[in-house]
Write a protein that binds this ligand. Structure first.
Ligand SMILES: Nc1nc2c(ncn2[C@@H]2O[C@H](COP(=O)(O)OP(=O)(O)OP(=O)(O)O)[C@@H](O)[C@H]2O)c(=O)[nH]1
Ligand SMILES: [Mg+2]
Length: 433
């Protein structure tokens, strides 16, 4: 599985740097080889300095390519995604030109990474996805191949406390979800920063939440790639997770699937000395380490990878159930048929057993919370106007501001309707509708 990774806006950039850093470690090189890294932002960044600050050291002559999206909006768009959405449309052909030379046409996955709460990533992500999708489709057709590239979004939701300071973050995130649901995306992978904070506090993990979140995103991408990368010298597995499996589990058929990843590392001592069975450990992981809170009783399908260091394979073999038994256990426990379970034996120097899972289309309580806040913003003229005024640059004239407000209101309303339609279709219970 070859992936082209496009990080947009600040969050998209930082997650991309972290992916590069993690994947370029010697033990992940077969995965690193499968990735191409690209970033785009409005901010005037000096790419080289920034990479240095982020601790990225290039290896194997692989760069993180970067393109400034426009020089007009120097310091980002302050959360106003409808502004960056327009610029994305206008600047698309120039932007695509710079990707085209680098983008390996045989990439099986195109991954758009950005935050929901900001303006640049939120505005450009769904717009670029649809435009790039058309270009890629055209190429596949020309080649007369019955194949397609899978389009994913990795969307980072805001921290809980942020909305007090920037009330726009939650409505923006809901707007991004609404717009993606009507886009060509196959799936939207969610990472909720506020869930990371909860896990951190509960497990007493130290470190910056953002950095932890970015590391976990990089990890789930590593193991998703590992599961379908045929490089037996480094990775072996019982069954390979092919891109066709990805489509089946992650795409909902008539709309993009919402995918909640789950990630946890256990020390082998913890696993062997404690009174845990692997079943118990999987259950515990699903209860506690889904990266966006959701009700695990309700989901469409589940994919689980259990990663075992190669040299402990023999030692652990007697206590590992065969993967079809885990499948049967999942069916019994969750009354659910659609699953994929596989072991990955990884030649790693660390002594950890990792569980990585992906839940498709579970019930996500925070979606209702976003809905209520978004609705209030959209239908309260003052709230939206106030938000836009706060986010707009100071130098704009009164007339320009008025234009911003009108344009903004209509764009937020359109996105709200898409979001509402999606929630209703998924049978979320919404007050007053
Ligand atoms: N997990 C994580 N979240 C981040 C990171 N950087 C920013 N965020 C979150 O992203 C949101 C802000 O969006 P940004 O990505 O900074 O915005 P942007 O896309 O650059 O858009 P502008 O508003 O134009 O600057 C907030 O909810 C932040 O908490 C990061 O490196 N990791
Ligand atoms: Mg920014």
């Amino acid at each position: 599985m070859r992936t082209f990774n496009l990080g947009l806006g600040q969050c998209g950039r930082y997650v991309t740097y972290e992916m590069y850093k993690q994947m370029s470690q010697p033990r992940y090189l077969p995965i690193f080889d499968q990735f191409d890294f690209f970033t785009g932002d409005f901010e005037q960044i000096t790419h080289k300095d920034e990479l240095e600050r982020a601790g990225v050291t290039y290896i194997k002559e692989k760069e993180i390519h970067h393109r400034s999206l426009s020089t007009q909006t120097g310091g980002g768009v302050g959360g106003l995604w409808f502004v960056s959405k327009e610029v994305a449309k206008q600047e698309f052909s120039k932007f695509y030109e710079s990707i085209e030379g680098i983008y390996p046409f045989d990439s099986s996955v195109f991954n758009f990474v950005h935050s929901g709460g900001g303006g640049t990533g939120c505005g450009t992500g769904p717009t670029f996805l649809d435009l790039i999708y058309e270009k890629v489709q055209e190429k596949w057709k020309k080649e007369k191949k019955f194949e397609e590239t899978i389009f994913f979004s990795t969307l980072v939701l805001p921290f809980e406390g942020e909305s007090a300071k920037y009330p726009i973050t939650e409505s923006n995130s809901a707007a991004a979800i609404g717009r993606y649901m009507e886009s060509k995306a196959h799936s939207v992978f969610l990472m909720d920063n506020s869930t990371v904070d909860e896990i951190k506090e509960r497990d007493k993990i130290s470190g910056l939440s953002r950095e932890i979140a970015n590391r976990w995103i990089a990890q789930w991408w590593i193991w998703l790639t590992a599961a379908s990368t045929e490089d037996p010298s480094i990775l072996t597995y019982e069954v390979s997770f092919e891109t066709a499996d990805m489509r089946r589990h992650f795409y909902n058929g008539d709309k993009p699937g919402i995918i909640i990843p789950c990630y946890k590392e256990y020390s082998i001592e913890y696993f062997t000395k404690g009174n845990f069975t692997l079943y118990g450990l999987i259950a515990k992981t699903l209860q506690n380490y889904l990266l966006t809170n959701c009700l695990i009783e309700k989901f469409r399908s589940i994919v689980i990878f259990i990663i075992i260091p190669m040299r402990l394979k023999e030692k652990l073999q007697p206590i590992l159930p065969e993967s079809h038994k885990i499948g049967a256990w999942l069916t019994d426990t969750f009354d659910h048929e659609d699953h994929f379970v596989s072991y990955i034996h990884h030649d790693t120097p660390t002594n950890t057993l990792k569980i990585v899972a992906f839940l498709s289309d579970p019930y996500i309580p925070i979606f209702v919370d976003y809905y209520n806040k978004f609705k209030k913003v959209v239908y309260s003229k003052n709230d939206l106007e106030h938000m836009i005024r706060r986010a707009a640059p100071r130098h704009v004239s009164k007339n320009e501001l008025q234009y911003f407000v009108e344009e903004g209101r209509s764009e937020y309303l359109k996105a709200f309707e898409k979001y509402e339609k999606f929630l209703k279709k998924e049978k979320y219970e919404l007050e007053g509708s």
